[in-house]
Write a protein that binds this ligand. Structure first.
Ligand code: HEC
Ligand code: HEC
Length: 255
C-alpha cells in the first residue's frame, strides 16, 4: 500500500485536482463519521471497525496530499505534514495536537525525537497496548519515514496546552512523588528525567499538560511491559494505581 508521504510518481494535472475534490468530500464525511463512531464505541470492543476507519482515514490523507507530492521527490515537506495533521490526526488529537479528550494524548509542543520514536514504535509494533493497536498501528503504517519526521517537527513546534485544575490533594501528592520519588521503595524522582517542570527534553517526553487519564493508562501499560521503555520499566514497576492517578492529575495541572 502507498504510504502517506511517498511520492506517487504522477505528473500534476487535472486528474489530481479531481482527486483533491473527491478527497475533500471523503475527508469531510469521514471526519463526521469518526466523531459519530467514536461516541458510539467508547471502549475498544470493535477493533475491526476501528481498523477499517483508520484505513479509510489513511486513504483520505494519501489522496489529499497526492497533488503536492506529485510535484516533487521523496521527502515530505512541512506543508504536507501540516495538511495531514489537520485532515487526519486532528480528528483524535485535536487541532495542532491540543487534545481535549481524556483518551487521546496531547501532541502539541511534545519533543520531536520522542514523537518520531513513538511513531516508529507503532509502526514496528513494539508499542502494543490495545489502544496503540486499535488506533495507531495502521495509522503509523500508512505514514512514510520522512513524513514521520515532518509530522514530529510539526507537532514539536505547536504551542503547548494550558494546565487544567484538579483535586488539590491529588495534585499535592502527585507533585511530591514527581519531585522526590519514594526512596524507601526505590522509586526515583520523575523530575530527574522529565525535568523540574515536566517540560521533558530530547527523548524524555514532556508530561506537563498531558491528559491525566492518558498518563494513568500509559503508566499501567509500561508497568505491564506492553510498551518497550526499558528506562521506565524499573521506575514504575512498584507504583500503585492511586499513585498513578495522583501523578496524572498533577501533570495535567501543569502549563
Ligand atoms: C482514530 C484516532 C487517532 C488518529 C486519527 C490518530 N491518532 Fe495518534 N493516538 C491515538 C491514541 C488512542 C493514542 C494512544 C495510544 C496508546 O495508548 O498507546 C495515540 C498516540 C499517538 C502518539 C504517541 C503520543 C505519546 O505521547 O506517546 C503519537 C506520536 C501519535 N498518536 C501521532 C499521531 C499522528 C501523527 C496521527 C496522524 C497521522 C495520529 N496520531 C492519528 C489516536 C489517534
Ligand atoms: C531515568 C529516566 C526516567 C525517569 C526517572 C522517569 N521517566 Fe518517564 N520516561 C522516560 C523515558 C525515556 C520515556 C519514553 C519511553 C518510550 O520511549 O517509550 C518515558 C515515558 C514516560 C511516560 C509516557 C509519556 C507518553 O506521552 O506516553 C510517562 C507517563 C512517564 N514517563 C511518567 C513518568 C513518571 C510519573 C515518573 C516518576 C515516577 C517517570 N516517568 C520517571 C524516562 C524516565
Amino acid at each position: 500500500m502507498q504510504a502517506i508521504g511517498d511520492a506517487p510518481g504522477k505528473t500534476p494535472g487535472s486528474s489530481n485536482l479531481c482527486l483533491e475534490s473527491i478527497a475533500a468530500i471523503l475527508s469531510f464525511w469521514l471526519t463526521n463519521w469518526t466523531i459519530h463512531m467514536r461516541d458510539k464505541l467508547p471502549s475498544i470492543q470493535k477493533p475491526f471497525i476501528r481498523r477499517l476507519l483508520l484505513m479509510l482515514l489513511g486513504a483520505a490523507g494519501i489522496a489529499l496530499t497526492a497533488r503536492s507530492f506529485a510535484e516533487d521527490s521523496d521527502s515530505a515537506k512541512p506543508d504536507d505534514a501540516a495538511k495531514i495533521a489537520a485532515q487526519v490526526c486532528s480528528n483524535c488529537h485535536g487541532p495542532g495536537g491540543a487534545s481535549t479528550s481524556p483518551i487521546f494524548p496531547v501532541l502539541a509542543g511534545q519533543h520531536q525525537l520522542y514523537l518520531a520514536a513513538q511513531l516508529h514504535a507503532f509502526k514496528d509494533r513494539t508499542r502494543s497496548d490495545p489502544e496503540a493497536h486499535n488506533y495507531m498501528w495502521t495509522m503509523a503504517t500508512l505514514v512514510s519515514d520522512s513524513m514521520i519526521d515532518a509530522l514530529a517537527n510539526y507537532y514539536a513546534n505547536q504551542p503547548t496546552v494550558a494546565g487544567q485544575p484538579g483535586t488539590v490533594q491529588e495534585i499535592a501528592r502527585g507533585k511530591a512523588l514527581y519531585e522526590k520519588g519514594i526512596p524507601e521503595r526505590g522509586i526515583m524522582a520523575c523530575s530527574n528525567c522529565h525535568g523540574s517542570n515536566a517540560e521533558g527534553h530530547w527523548v524524555f517526553p514532556r508530561l506537563a499538560g498531558q491528559r491525566a487519564q492518558y498518563v494513568f493508562r500509559q503508566l499501567q501499560v509500561i508497568q505491564g511491559q506492553l510498551r518497550k521503555s526499558p528506562v521506565m520499566h524499573g521506575i514504575v514497576k512498584d507504583l500503585k494505581p492511586n499513585e498513578m492517578e495522583d501523578l496524572g492529575t498533577f501533570l495535567q495541572s501543569l502549563p
